[in-house]
Design a protein around this ligand. Sequence first.
Ligand code: ATP
Ligand code: MG
Length: 356
Amino acid sequence: MRHYSIALIPGDGIGVDVIREGKKVLDTLCELDGGISIEYKHFDWSCEYYLKHGKMMPDDGLDILKDFDSIYLGAVGYPGVPDHVSLWGLLLPIRRQFQQYINIRPVKLLRGIQSPLANRGVDDLNFTVIRENNEGEYSSIGGRMYEGTDMDMAIQNSVFTRYGTERVLKYAFDLANQGTEKFLTAATKSNGINHTMPFWDEYVRKINMDYPEVKTDIVHIDALSSFFVTKPDVFDVVVASNLFGDILTDLGAAIVGGMGIAPSANINPEKKFPSMFEPVHGSAPDIAGKGIANPTAAIWCASMMLDHFGESNLSAIMMDSLQDVLEEGIVTPDLGGKATTEEFGEEVCKKMRSKF
Ligand code: ATP
Ligand code: MG
């Protein structure tokens, strides 16, 4: 029997709904396979927890998480709790403490999903955005000065280190090098941001020398964003800083069917610490509690988690079943269907059962 331990943090809003379905799909798959067992521990860390305790997780939260094989997170954030509180109170400390410096965000058109760009002939998209996940623009260095006066100002510094930049670029080049297209696009803005971005570009060129077969394009983020719409089929691997990667991948989600679909994996490639799997979407208070959130992203995350464990066969069965259901059109309202979150999860389980 192969054993894995997962820390479940459903979080807020629809995070709770979609993680419930993701877990159900995982449980069903384990039962069907018979060779794998997963032990879960549930944590109620969330904005609700914050409103009760004044913090998003207990002081020893990171210590509690460190021995799990992975963390499966829904979403955090809720009206009444500022976003920077929920992010810096839970999500960002986990990403940093556990050296999850790679954020993998596939931009892939699943079977059964039509791209909003279909009328421009886009019917096949499959590339990966690698977002730097530990430094860059998401530094907490800075401050507010002269508040309440005419000189009121805020300063926030970006941090790009050689260590942090090289390791994310190496990961991205490796990924590109393993594929058939061997094409890497690096997002930059070295025309306007004149210290950190030329530094980033310099390391792209430097690391590229170790990967002579990989063709590289360094593209300004503004132009790159427009290319996601005008010619998304040219991309293979895209690497971007923390902020640019975040913005690009909401756009990436949009071109492959919307926020309900896009998964992300926060990876510690060395497996020294747990990695964390979470949908790109947030807690979506507008549809929370209605039972209509699309659990596709959460289920896709579970499949990425299996892949990370080395369970690539099971991961593929899950993705295949998920796409069968999408193709049959049994989908949630965001994709134009009538299925509830729970019904969709159940359909995926049914499909998996038919494959054993
Ligand atoms: P954040 O502040 O973390 O970005 P959010 O609460 O603004 O989170 P988003 O993920 O940005 O939510 O989603 C924006 C909107 O997209 C939501 O308000 C919701 O209408 C829709 N949406 C997001 N995720 C889903 C989903 N899984 N299923 C259906 N609709 C979704
Ligand atoms: Mg949002």
